[in-house]
Design a binder for this molecule. Structure first.
Ligand SMILES: Cc1cc2nc3c(=O)[nH]c(=O)nc-3n(C[C@H](O)[C@H](O)[C@H](O)COP(=O)(O)OP(=O)(O)OC[C@H]3O[C@@H](n4cnc5c(N)ncnc54)[C@H](O)[C@@H]3O)c2cc1C
Length: 309
């Protein structure tokens, strides 16, 4: 793993840096590239524009590791309204949440109740709820939340990270449920005893996990795969696999982040491929933004250019 990535990921949890960086105009200017704004209306507007290009969306309000139950309640109510606003706007926009936004660190039962409320609203609105995956210490409770919720409704999916050694096992254990799974490479700082340190190993594991989730067995169980990456060669390798093995188009979708790989997003949409773009909005953008910088060192130069721009 590059030194730059480690430094940026370590910085993402530093309160001193967060306090200063979020006030700096040049940092605020550079975040706009990946972020439509603070309000859900900003995200809905971005979703409307993408819909015009044939691209559906997933909305997520930034925030993580809350410290008060009232905040988790506020977040839950916010997302309940998001489902209503998406329906009113006539958009095909899913919602994605982080368990720690719903209070996982504070009280697991409360987090489960909050997730249940969101899933009930997703059902009511014919929509879909995704659970993001956070640091590795949250994988077990997040899988548990998913299993419980999946027993109540199929309108829920979970993100799994290809950098973790355990993920192949987790996919196997979820497969009988016919789950909706978003495979991502993984965005957090993890030690080498838990996560592949080499990027090429992460990429290969990503490929294997996706192939497994497109297998006939997964299809029979009713699995849905989200191939969530901006890695064009990897996405093309998976498309080739899907073609060769006659995997039905309904079995998988591509998923990308707002403002990243925009050329590839347009290409996929123009070819009629199923693509969802995840739009993050909200005021608490610092740790999320640092993870985006860590994914591509060139982004740091973009920030530096904004310092003088
Ligand atoms: C829809 C979606 C949902 C996600 N949900 C989660 C989650 O729940 N948990 C989690 O841990 N992670 C999540 N991630 C983030 C993911 O783990 C990776 O950190 C991120 O997608 C970068 O990896 P990559 O697959 O694009 O491949 P990489 O190999 O990192 O990048 C491939 C190419 O994409 C481009 N690129 C990638 N990132 C950037 C960037 N930030 N800025 C500009 N160009 C870039 C570059 O050209 C790069 O060469 C999600 C990603 C997506 C797309």
């Amino acid at each position: 793993m590059s030194v730059m990535r480690s430094v940026l990921l370590a910085g993402s949890t530093n309160p001193w840096l967060r306090e200063r960086a979020t006030k700096a105009a040049f940092v605020r200017r550079s975040v706009r590239r990946f972020w439509p704004g603070e309000r859900v209306e900003d995200a809905l507007e971005a979703a409307r524009a993408l819909k015009g290009q044939g691209i559906n969306t997933i909305l997520t309000a930034l925030g993580e590791n809350l410290t008060h139950a009232e905040e988790a309640e506020e977040v839950t109510r916010h997302y309940l309204e998001v489902f209503d606003k998406v329906a009113a706007a006539g958009l095909d926009a899913h919602v994605s949440v982080k368990p720690t936004q719903l209070g996982l660190d504070l009280d697991r039962a409360m987090c489960e109740r909050n997730l249940d409320r969101l899933l009930a609203r997703a059902d009511q609105r014919n929509n879909f709820l995704w659970i993001d995956m956070e640091y590795s210490r949250y994988v077990d409770p997040t899988l548990e939340l998913f299993r419980r919720a999946r027993a109540k409704s199929a309108r829920i999916g979970i993100a799994l990270q290809a950098y973790l050694y355990r993920t192949a096992q987790d996919v196997e254990s979820l497969l009988p449920l016919g789950p909706a799974v978003r495979i991502v490479k993984g965005a957090y700082l993890e030690p080498p005893d838990l996560a592949y340190p080499k990027k090429s190993d992460v990429d290969e594991n990503f490929y294997r996990l996706c192939v497994r989730l497109m297998s006939p067995e997964a299809q029979r169980a009713g699995a849905l795969l989200h191939i969530a990456t901006h890695d064009v060669p990897l996405a093309e390798r998976l498309e080739a696999h899907a073609r060769e093995h006659a995997v039905p188009a309904s079995a998988y979708e591509f998923a990308m982040l707002y403002g990243i790989g925009v050329g590839q997003q347009r290409r996929l949409a123009a070819e009629g491929k199923r693509l969802r773009v995840l739009i993050s909005y909200g005021a608490y953008w610092f740790p999320w933004y640092m993870r985006r910088l860590a994914e591509r060192p060139a982004n740091v130069w973009f920030v530096v250019k904004n310092l003088f721009g």
